[in-house]
Structures are given as C-alpha cells and as structure tokens.
Ligand binder design. Structure first.
Ligand code: NAP
Length: 314
C-alpha cells in the first residue's frame, strides 16, 4: 500500500471534498485523504501534500513530506507562512489557466481600447460624442511579468493586433513581443504603453512596486489592469494619479483585502472598474489532471516538476 497523500486546505469542506473526488478519480492507485480524516500514523507517513491555502500548523504535522503540490498558481502566502525550512513547493501551472487569463486580458484590454468606460459615463450624462478610433497597431500594451500567464496574454494580444512589450526579471525571446528587464526596462515599458497589465507574482521585490513614482512614469492618459495581486499596487498613489487625471482608468481584479471592504474608495471611483477576483478561475478538472500527472511522474521517476524558488518568492 502506498503512503497516503494529504489534502490540506482552508477552503470550505464541500469544495475540499470535490477536489478529493476529482484527484481520486485521476489517481486511482493513490490513497488521498483530507487532513482531518488522517490518523497520527498516516500523518507521519505522508510523503506528498496537495494544498490550497493550508493551515501551516497542519503542514507541520506532516514531518515526512518530500514535496508540496499547490492547487493555486500564486504561492506568496504559502511561501511566507511555511518559511524557509518548508519542503519543495510545486505551484499550479495549467495551460487552461493561462488561456483563461489571456482571454480576460484581451477582454479588458478591448474594454479600455474601445473606450467603454467613457461611453458608459457619456450615456449616464446623455452625451452623444464619438471618441476617435485607434487601430490596435497604434495601441501598446505593456505586460509586467512574462511568465505562464503574462506570456499567454502577450500572444493573445499580438493575435488581436496590439503592440506588446513585456517586462520580466530575465530577458525573453518571443516573436513580436519586445522584452525588457531591469529598472530602466520597467520605466521604458511604463513610459511607452497606453495600457499596463500587471501579471507578476507578489514577492518582496514586487510588493508596492506600482507607486506614485511608477505611475508618474506612465504615459498621460494611460490605463492600468491589475490581475496579479493587490499588494503590488499602492492604492492611495493609484487613486491620486487617477484623480489628478494622469491615469485614465484602472481595472482591478485583486486587492489588499478580499473581499474588497465596503468602505474602499475603489467601489465608487468613476475611473475604477472593480472585479471580484474573477480574471482566471482555476478549472478543477484540468488542474486535477495536471496535479495527477505531476504525482504519477514523481512515483515513476522520483523527479519533481519545477519547484518554487523560495529565495525569489515565486
Ligand atoms: P510565473 O510564471 O511565475 O511568472 C512570473 C513573471 O513575473 C515572470 O516572467 C518573472 O520573470 C516575472 N517577475 C517576477 N518577479 C519579478 C521582478 N522582481 N522583476 C521583474 N519581473 C519579475 O507566474 P504566473 O503563473 O504567470 O502568475 C503570475 C501571478 O498571477 C501569480 O503569482 C498570481 O499572483 C497571479 N494570478 C492571479 C489570478 C487571478 O485570478 N487574478 C489567477 C492566477 C494567478 P522571469 O520570467 O524572468 O522569472
């Protein structure tokens, strides 16, 4: 009998059971147990944990873990809570998640490019006024973060005819997407884009990165989409830049605190579109298949898929 696999989550019990059933379907030879159903011996012997926002105290009760598979793509909380001594962490990298994010980036890019916030305001004020049309080849989108999600989004925007620039830690070679790195590269992307899309992980380096200095570096009238993590943006600085008329609009899917508190000024800000963290929901079926493939490969070869670099934080 194989050592059990622990499913450790702080999601609601019904969702946890759904995940367990899907994973069990994909891995019929494995014994996948929710943490609360495991006895002391099973907790001691578990070699793999599948987690979604786990209680770190529960992970600490699994001393034999060789690795941890996250069901989520963003792992900043996991890395922070489990600390430096944690077993290797594998995050979710799912082409379907990338496709869904790229679709959302295209949708909200078109929302801004085709002036929908302006037409909505004009309708409210009974104003009949045609905004000038700009061909996408004269509209530049700068993507901060050219990873699994950023790269898929860049390609989708290219297909739609937009000019795309990207900023990442390491240079990228990908046809039709101009790649930038470093501080100068960031300023070049910010200063050369009609729209900036944030798709970076939240790390010590990216926390508060988009502040008044960075907004000032953006073009007059540029817009921002944040589909990554709320804490990358300094909220007060963003509101000041929108109020000053420097930035034209922000589409925000992620916030410092979620759900967004009722008192947040974002709710009623005329230049902000609030989304309830919906840009790229996980597809449980494709995610379970990917997790299962990772586990099967590990059982066969003893090798792990690419793991999170704890020092870098992603
Ligand atoms: P990823 O594959 O790890 O890509 C991260 C990208 O950011 C990489 O290109 C990386 O550069 C770049 N980067 C990281 N730190 C940087 C820094 N200090 N300076 C410059 N570039 C930096 O991550 P992903 O799968 O695309 O996901 C990105 C984030 O999206 C996740 O961390 C998560 O927070 C968020 N997310 C949001 C939703 C939603 O529904 N809103 C859903 C899923 C994920 P290198 O390529 O050089 O390493």
């Amino acid at each position: 009998m194989r050592k059990p696999i622990a499913l450790v989550t702080r999601i609601d019990e019904a969702s946890e059971q759904e995940w367990r059933a899907l994973l069990a379907d994909q891995l019929p030879d494995e014994n996948i147990l929710c943490f609360r159903d495991m006895n002391g011996g099973q907790r001691k012997s578990a070699e793999i944990a599948i987690v979604a926002d786990p209680n770190p105290a529960q992970v600490a009760e699994l001393p034999g873990l060789a690795w941890i598979q996250s069901l989520w793509a963003g792992v900043e909380r996991l890395v922070a809570e489990l600390g430096a001594g944690a077993p290797p962490i594998v995050r979710l990298v799912d082409p379907e998640l990338s496709r869904v994010m790229a679709e959302a980036v295209l949708a909200w890019t078109l929302y801004l490019h085709r002036d929908m916030p302006i037409y909505r305001r004009q309708q409210q004020d009974r104003v009949w006024e045609q905004q000038p049309y700009r061909h996408p080849s004269r509209y530049t989108v700068g993507i901060l973060g050219l990873g699994a999600l950023g790269m898929a989004s860049a390609h989708r925007l290219k297909q739609a005819g937009f000019v795309v620039k990207g900023w990442s830690r390491s240079p990228k070679e990908t046809s039709g997407v101009e790649s930038f790195t470093g501080d100068d590269g960031l300023n070049a992307v910010l200063g050369g884009s009609d729209l900036v899309v944030c798709l970076m992980p939240l790390t010590d380096e990216t926390r508060g990165l988009l502040d008044s200095r960075r907004f000032a570096a953006m073009m007059e009238g540029a817009a921002l989409i944040n589909f990554a993590r709320g804490a990358i943006v300094v909220d007060a600085d963003l509101i000041a830049s929108l109020d000053a008329g420097h930035l034209s609009h922000a589409v925000l899917d992620v916030f410092h605190e979620e759900p967004l508190p009722a008192a947040s000024p974002f709710w009623h800000h005329p230049k902000v579109t609030v989304l309830p963290h919906i840009s790229a929901p996980t597809d449980q079926h494709t995610a379970a298949a990917i997790v299962a493939a990772n586990i099967r490969a590990y059982r066969t070869t003893g090798e792990l898929p690419q793991t999170v670099d704890i020092e870098r934080g992603y």
